[in-house]
Design a protein. Structure first.
Length: 381
């Protein structure tokens, strides 16, 4: 039996929990469940190896499908595991169907839930991720927020302050912890690009992979590639739409498409880019930690703190909004000014969460861990 069960199922969850999982293994009897929500299992397996993580104790392999089918399979599979392990706490992260399924399965069995990365809001209730994170926050017993904006979001929704703990970002932890390894990767040499000589692109959200939306984003990238070569590791969902819709026709020769990459290669490309264009929440955290100017290819973001800080800009999904923002960066010197801001990206979130959990659930095998402290949980990155 395990005192704590952690549930994850996607690439971002593996990355963002990579700094916390080893600490849980040190302090408690701990079991890890991988739901297999990510339909390209090879991508997730790459990241377990890159991050030197122990393999999951359980794998559900729920696969792709509608939101309802995916969540139902997750709940059914987790119910059996929870009944076998009888955990005293279940940990979920972020805003995926795995997050929601894990929280629902636990609460229906009366097991307390801890939500890592709680309180983030895009304020767009049409997004499945927003629906998931809101529901999980109101189900969870312990909510670990990354910054003051997320903490204030929960307070406005009536969640008691005794359930909220501002811990910082485990995504930033993972990035800073692994940057030294990433910086030694040969990926730049393999692609024959130098630091700050290219832009990096990532696009994967369902709303952005609708053919007409993706076509607009690619049109913007074609214009940008006239000024700056672009490296574009293409997510399997994006690639499927790209291939089926004939969008390869007319693609600028300086847009270099790549297959999905391992975490360290991805991090190396992020940290050496002149600018990053992305719709990924995780990449927004990584570019913040590494001080890379970022254009967010969305209409809203759950990481508003970075936009407020001035290092990230919301640019929408149309050429007429994306291209002028990129041109402004080149013209007004913002590429130099944007990275100099102080960001709400505190290091040490994993140690902080572990210490707080230790006051809630006594350690099975107590080990003293250093906790990095900051009065405002903010530092300049």
């Amino acid at each position: 039996m395990a005192s704590i069960v952690t549930v994850l199922g996607t690439r971002p969850e593996v990355i963002k929990l990579s700094s916390l999982l080893p600490l849980l293994n040190l302090q408690w009897s701990h079991a890890l469940v991988h739901t297999g929500q990510h339909y390209d299992e090879e991508m997730v397996n790459i990241f377990f190896g890159d991050l030197n993580l122990a393999p999951p104790d359980y794998t559900l392999a729920v696969g792709s499908g509608s939101h309802a089918k995916q969540i139902a399979r997750i709940i059914l599979g987790l119910e059996e595991i929870f009944q076998r392990e009888k955990p005293k706490l279940v940990i979920v992260q972020g805003d995926t169907n795995t997050t929601l399924g894990g929280a629902l399965a636990a609460r229906q069995l009366g097991i307390p839930v801890a939500h890592v990365e709680a309180g983030c809001r895009s304020h767009n209730r049409q997004m499945p991720e927003e629906q998931n994170r809101v529901v999980v926050d109101h189900l969870a017993d312990y909510l670990f927020t990354p910054d003051t904006i997320a903490t204030e979001n929960l307070a406005r929704e009536g969640i008691g302050s005794d359930r909220i703990f501002m811990a910082g970002s485990t995504g930033v932890d993972a990035c800073l912890r692994n940057w030294g390894y990433a910086a030694t990767q040969p990926i730049l040499d393999d692609l024959s690009v130098g630091p700050r000589t290219y832009g990096l692109v990532t696009v994967h959200r369902a709303a952005n992979t609708v053919p007409e939306v993706l076509a607009g984003i690619l049109a913007a990238l074609n214009e940008i590639a006239e000024r700056l070569p672009l490296v574009f590791p293409m997510h399997p969902r994006t690639r499927a739409v790209f291939d089926a819709s004939g969008l390869a026709d007319g693609l600028h020769p300086d847009i270099h498409l790549l297959p999905p990459l391992g975490y360290l290669d991805s991090l190396a490309l992020i940290g050496n880019a002149l600018v990053v264009l992305t719709d990924s929440g995780g990449v927004q955290e990584e570019t913040a930690a590494l001080r890379i100017p970022t254009l967010i290819v969305r209409e809203e973001t759950e990481w508003q703190a970075y936009v407020n800080a001035g290092t990230h800009r919301l640019v929408g999904t149309k050429p007429e909004t994306i291209v002028p923002q990129f041109q402004a960066l080149l013209r007004d010197g913002s590429l130099d000014a944007m990275p100099m801001h102080a960001l709400p990206a505190a290091a040490g979130a994993a140690e902080r969460i572990t210490a707080i959990l230790g006051t809630i659930l006594p350690y099975d095998q107590p080990i003293q861990l250093p906790v990095k402290r900051s009065s405002a949980l903010e530092h300049t990155v």
